[in-house]
Design a protein around this ligand. Structure first.
Ligand SMILES: [Zn+2]
Length: 206
């Protein structure tokens, strides 16, 4: 545990945990810890309860891999969605970003990663068996919305090859997405435009 002179151990414990979060340095962690201590005890209790149920109650959709509280997610349950179009993304957070654009009405498939030979991540580590099944069952279009990073592009290439002999239109989101860009950090308009202006894979690969 970090040594903070004069700071009671329970407070130091909270500060230490907060400081492990992204974007929170030790000074901010100290400020947040002191702020929690200055507020009614019920606030900390509610925060602790919310954190406790986070992993207990949030899981992943059995079909598409998006966040889900149980069984299938809200998108797979939504009868108004076009089940013939699947937008393929790397992480559940990418789905949340897509939904912020409000324009897309198809379904999703989350790989939960991308090919990365350096990190030892191959096709077997991604949720591809479930995607194979969905493509074989028959869909009209698979939109490859992997990131515009080297690994994201390699993953898109791999998937386009994997399904090239299936009767499915394969498209790639357009380059509204900057080079090296993670979908997570894009504003919703850029991502919406990239999705609207997607091109057929054959054209994108030239
Ligand atoms: Zn789902």
């Amino acid at each position: 545990m970090i040594h903070l002179p004069g700071v009671p151990v329970p407070l130091a414990r909270v500060i230490e945990m907060l400081a492990t979060l992204p974007g929170i340095g030790s000074k901010t962690a100290m400020r947040l810890g002191l702020n929690l201590l200055s507020r009614p005890a019920s606030d900390s209790k509610h925060l602790a309860e919310a954190l406790k149920t986070l992993h207990e109650e949030v899981g992943f959709c059995e079909t598409c891999g998006c966040f889900s509280e149980q069984g299938n997610c809200q998108f797979c349950h939504d009868v108004k969605r076009d089940t013939d179009v699947i937008c393929l993304v790397e992480q559940p957070v990418d789905v949340l970003m897509m939904e912020r654009g409000h324009g897309y009405r198809g379904c999703y498939h989350v790989l939960r990663g991308r090919l990365s030979p350096i990190d030892g991540i191959g096709p077997e580590q991604l949720r591809l068996t479930a995607l194979d099944r969905r493509v074989e069952q028959g869909i009209n279009e698979l939109i490859l919305a992997t990131s515009a990073t080297v690994d994201g592009e390699a993953t898109a290439h791999y998937l386009a090859n994997r399904y090239q002999h299936q009767d499915v239109r394969i498209s790639r989101i357009a380059r509204g997405v900057p080079e090296g860009g993670e979908l997570e950090y894009l504003d919703e308009h850029t991502l919406s435009r990239a999705l609207d202006q997607r091109v057929n894979w054959d054209t994108a690969a030239l």
